[in-house]
Design a protein around this ligand. Sequence first.
Ligand SMILES: *Cc1c(COP(=O)(O)O)cnc(C)c1O
Length: 367
Amino acid sequence: MGNIRETTLEIDLSALEHNFNFIKAKLKKETKFLAVVKAFAYGSDMAIVAKKLENLDVDYFAVAYVKEGVLLRDAGITAPILVLHPQPINFEELIDRCLEPSIYSPRILNSFLETAKKKRQTNYPIHLKFNTGLNRLGFWHNDISLILKKLGRETALKIISVFSHLAASEDKKEREFSLQQIESFKKISDELSEKLGSSPMRHILNTSGVLNYPEAQFEMVRSGIGLYGYGNESVIDAQLKPIASLKTIISQLHQIEPNESVGYNRAFKSKDYRVTATLPIGHADGISRQYGNGKAFVQVNGQKAPIIGNVCMDMVMIDVTGIDCKEGDEVVIFGDTLSAENFANTADTISYELLTAISQRVKRVVK
Ligand SMILES: *Cc1c(COP(=O)(O)O)cnc(C)c1O
């Protein structure tokens, strides 16, 4: 039995430091490190994780939305913060909190320029996002002249960086495509620098990009998942340490007789005598219904126990037949001994989705 008394996400800051150092060691000395802390630092705790990373001297942070950048500023983070996907409705607040927008389309450029002028800004830092094949966000190569025409005599804005995003950096079968993306990014940034007469920072690599395309570090890289302990391949996973462990306890044990059922819609039907345990964690906490009905396993006193029946909003039931356990005992959902990647794979998803789904209802504790 551990010291867990309710469903808890334990955060291990020494694991975070280990992962940071692991990725940092792959970079050239002069390459800057941007830490991606969007979605509550991949479901952990944005303020605590960002504070630790700021102490480790990361150069930049990135979040997806303005609201997340505001959370970081409220937590006292002073490093520059790139907002990857800002919306015009939040531009005034973005400027008030010294956040730096990704400018990804002519509409966003016009709108941000207008707000910056209205707020009497000069040289406000912006980051130009180009689409090189992901086809999600970004200017096209041939938008360069439009951008420069728009910014021509303007002093309100200053291009701090130019960046793009790889579509399949973790997929070795798509190496050709990724190299093409890197090549077109090079062309775009060269043309931009030449016409601009100055050289903004360039960045295209995420975690798997750092691992698979070290030659494309340019001036900065953007790492998220690696910091949290997952590297999209097992050899890397073995060298990283998951920072978050999701643990809970056994609320109640039940002796189930043959032909009884367990849970909603009677989805689990017992053929023989079983012992089940009910846990205080459900789909409202981020363990989605896909993990039910025998797909995913949790760990009780070091032994594997399947989630049986349908996952409820606030509870799951597991089969602990033959496992030595009692009410109040600790249960590991995922963590250092049970990888979130493997847990996620049982329901055909990935660590990113499982981690970021852990809801704010779950208590966070720094180990
Ligand atoms: C989320 C995100 C990242 C981080 O990717 P990881 O695979 O978690 O390292 C980097 N860049 C952009 C644009 C992103 O949206």
